[in-house]
Unconditional design. Sequence first.
Length: 161
Amino acid sequence: MNKLKAWYAGLQTREQRVVGIGAAVLGALILFAGIVWPLESAVSSAVKTRETRTDDLAWMRINAPEIQAGSATVSANTGEAPVVLVDRVGREAGLGNALRGTQPSGAGVRVQLEAAPFDTLVTWLASLDERYGLAIESISVDRAAKPGVVNANITFAPSKH
């Protein structure tokens, strides 16, 4: 530290000013980059998370009756053959273009889908199980060339619940 003081004392007044200003700028840069910037980023992230959770809570409060009613839903007895039911519900869900084959398989149904949107497929599967009592007995899913799209072979059987 004494060498640094001696070096600084050996500088001319103008050089001492430049070194002082440079040190102040460097200190401000370290303060900003090391403390203020990360702190601002963390606060911004916390605010976004809070807003998202507030929006989610508002949505849940609005949709609570529907969600509670849906959890108490018993399998609908439509009187349709399972093969007809699976085909109809698949088309209603938006999988009409993806359905390549629907055929009876014992008490259940075997379905082949090509280029089916994955999110739609998952919603359809849940609907068949929860509303109509058709559970997945076996499933094979492969991704298709396009992102978010899959090919699937599914066998449904009457649900045990």
